[in-house]
Design a protein around this ligand. Structure first.
Ligand code: PXP
Length: 247
């Protein structure tokens, strides 16, 4: 039996955060994308935030051409970001909620509560050939709303699972598993990400419906000790082992 291993999208935002801390060119997120490709990443993920605290506009086309890998551009569903994505045409766009004061993407998108606008954005992106994913919490209403607005993919927010411990973490894992099963049953492709580490990635990689994991902060932190290449290789291997064990 062939086991399908989830793809690994390497999020390079925090290479850019470090670069921006000094306002210069180093470390270069484009170089990080090249290293990630060599280490076996299946895609590059980057979040063009409204305040440009991670990657900047000019990074996007460079990241797209530096490796043969697909770019998954995370962005808020705003007019500004929509026009940038329609111009640059990344392989995929992941729509995320965004608040300036947050340190990272704290919650999932409220698809159910904003479905007219989100379906407009999804349609415009999809018409241009961009694969659209919605970053949502593992709630039934959000999964169903994602299907109703025409998204091809949902990325399940694993932040609450990553922060929880013991029994609480088991509950979060059940919620993610149920949302993945429901979403796949509705014809959606299932991705997951946020807060994943060597320690907690296995249970998420083992969910059979999960086709892609997007991981950034932990890999960049780990790179300080072992190198970006080694951290990505180790993450890939843990993902593969977890999926193979669960098959
Ligand atoms: N997926 C999405 C949609 C995100 O917004 C983020 C964080 O930017 C990630 C995945 C990666 O999360 P982390 O950096 O915690 O691995």
């Amino acid at each position: 039996m062939t086991v399908s291993i989830p793809r690994l999208g390497v999020n390079i935002d925090h290479i850019a955060t470090l670069r921006n801390a000094r306002g210069g060119l180093h470390p270069d997120p484009v170089r990080a994308a090249i290293v990630a490709a060599e280490a076996g990443a299946d895609g590059i993920t980057a979040h063009l935030r409204e305040d440009r605290r991670h990657i900047r506009d000019e990074d996007v086309p460079q990241i797209m051409t530096a490796t043969g890998l697909p770019l998954n551009l995370e962005m808020a569903a705003t007019e500004e970001m929509l026009s940038i994505a329609l111009r640059l045409k990344p392989h995929a766009v992941c729509l995320v909620p965004e608040r300036r004061e947050e340190r990272t993407t704290e919650g999932g998108l409220e698809v159910a509560g904003d479905s007219n606008w989100i379906s407009h954005v999804v349609r415009r992106l999809a018409e241009t050939g961009i694969r659209v994913s919605l970053f949502i919490g593992p709630a039934e209403a959000q999964v169903r709303a994602a299907r109703d607005v025409g998204a091809a993919v949902i990325e399940l927010h694993t932040g609450a699972y990553a922060e929880a411990e013991g029994e609480e973490q088991a509950v979060e894992l059940c919620r993610l598993t149920a949302a993945a099963t429901l979403g796949a049953g509705l014809g959606l492709e299932i991705h997951a990400g946020h807060g994943l580490t060597f320690e907690n990635v296995g249970s998420i990689a083992a969910i059979p419906e999960v086709k892609e994991l997007n991981i950034g902060h932990f890999l960049v932190g780990e790179a300080l000790f072992t190198g970006f290449d080694a951290a990505i290789r180790e993450m890939r291997s843990r993902i593969s082992q977890a999926r193979e064990r669960s098959a």
